[in-house]
Design a protein around this ligand. Structure first.
Ligand code: AMP
Length: 364
């Protein structure tokens, strides 16, 4: 069985690592020489819009999936006409545009922050009357890891934030004073089998995920599963999906969803019976899903901008290091490490040691 992946970054790499024991082989479409997944399979080097390479990918792969959601709609359609593509292109279409996404979530009864569309400076002024300060101005498309976002604290921030957008379509959304950020990693197979991981509790800095911890028996688990189920059924979804949520005074407010394996689910490699990467493959190949049960207490720490010496991570008891084979660059995720322990008390000090190493290695 051969799986084609659009993108050859660390997510594609971890999908491939999970697929090898199941006898699955991979072909990656990625324009960059040395994209970090490509040592694990065949590399089709070319532009995502190039129909010749896309046709070759469709011919050589039994199923095509992707590691990023900004796959252009016409590319997804081109592939769908030739082979099986999961998750379905509809999920891309919704997740790519923050306005469409928020409307879609709200129509399913999944609450979001208040928002308004902004296509001109005039719109922005009017929108602020509806949304109120503080708020966040975000580009509708192409934004990830906090990119294309600025915080509006008062009317004095409007002009400079608008200028930064350089005319891109945007939305403004109310700043959510959350108690914590969580995400649910959910999976649905071709046959419609559903499974959910225990919630991830996430800490972001500067819009980038730093730490994720699996949250066993969380009081929000059932509500989060219900929202993820609504979303996946409405999209006739196949594969892993991550729904990012804010918890505000006991209520859940959706931020966004990712139609792919997700950084806040990396802990599942060591911390769950079956990882999100293996379950994504099982789902798109219509194999039975594996158990999502947690195995112990787990925390995952991202190494961003740079990474510590391997030895410094490995000497922390219970630490598992994942290198992405990517050159360090400011704001770039280059590796992560996961700690798994049998008790919560053991987890805390080890997690702190990992975070201290990550902070030292971070160049920003
Ligand atoms: P995003 O790219 O939309 O996922 O945003 C990245 C991070 O910025 C989120 O995980 C939050 O930590 C923060 N953030 C985004 N939108 C909001 C909001 N409306 N209110 C408060 N924090 C936000």
């Amino acid at each position: 069985m051969k799986v084609g992946i659009l993108g050859g970054g660390q997510l594609a790499r971890m999908i491939a690592l999970a697929g090898y024991p199941l006898g699955i082989r991979f072909i990656f479409l990625d324009p960059s020489i040395g994209a970090c997944a490509t040592t694990l399979g065949s590399h089709l080097r070319g532009d995502y819009h190039d129909e010749t390479v896309l046709a070759e990918l469709a011919k050589r792969a039994d199923v095509v999936t992707y590691e990023f959601e900004n796959v252009p709609a016409n590319v997804a359609e081109f592939l769908t006409a030739r082979t099986q593509v999961y998750p379905p292109p509809k999920a891309l279409e919704v997740a790519q545009d923050r306005l469409v996404e928020k409307e879609f979530l709200n129509n399913l009864g999944i609450p979001t922050a208040p928002y308004a569309t902004v296509d001109s400076f005039n719109d922005l002024q009017t929108a602020m009357e509806k949304v109120g300060y503080p708020a966040i101005l975000k580009t509708r498309t192409q934004g990830y890891d906090g990119k294309g976002q600025s915080i509006l604290k008062s009317v004095a921030d409007l002009k400079s934030s608008w200028a930064k957008l350089e005319g891109l379509a945007a939305i403004v959304e109310g700043f959510v004073n959350f108690n914590r950020e969580i995400s649910i990693i959910a999976v649905r197979s071709v046959s419609g089998e559903l499974a959910f991981y225990p919630l991830s509790e996430n800490v972001h800095q500067g819009g980038i995920l730093r730490v994720s911890e699996s949250s066993c028996c969380d009081s929000q688990q059932i509500k989060a599963e219900e929202y993820a189920t609504r979303l996946m059924k409405a999209l006739d979804y196949v594969g892993v999906l991550a729904l990012e949520l804010f918890e505000v005074n006991g209520e859940l407010v959706a931020n966004e969803f990712a139609p792919r394996v997700h950084n806040s689910g990396h802990w599942t490699i060591e911390g769950a019976e079956t990882s999100q990467f293996e379950n994504h493959l099982r789902a798109i190949l219509d194999l039975p899903l594996g158990s999502t049960a947690a195995v112990g207490h787990v925390a995952m720490v991202n190494f961003i901008g740079g990474k510590p010496e391997n030895e410094d991570v490995l000497k922390i008891p219970n630490a598992h290091l994942h290198l992405y084979a990517k050159a360090p660059r400011k704001g770039r995720k280059v590796a992560h490490a996961t700690i798994r322990t049998m008790t919560l008390a053991e987890l805390e000090p080890l997690k702190k040691r990992l975070i201290a190493l990550a902070d030292e290695a971070d160049d920003s």
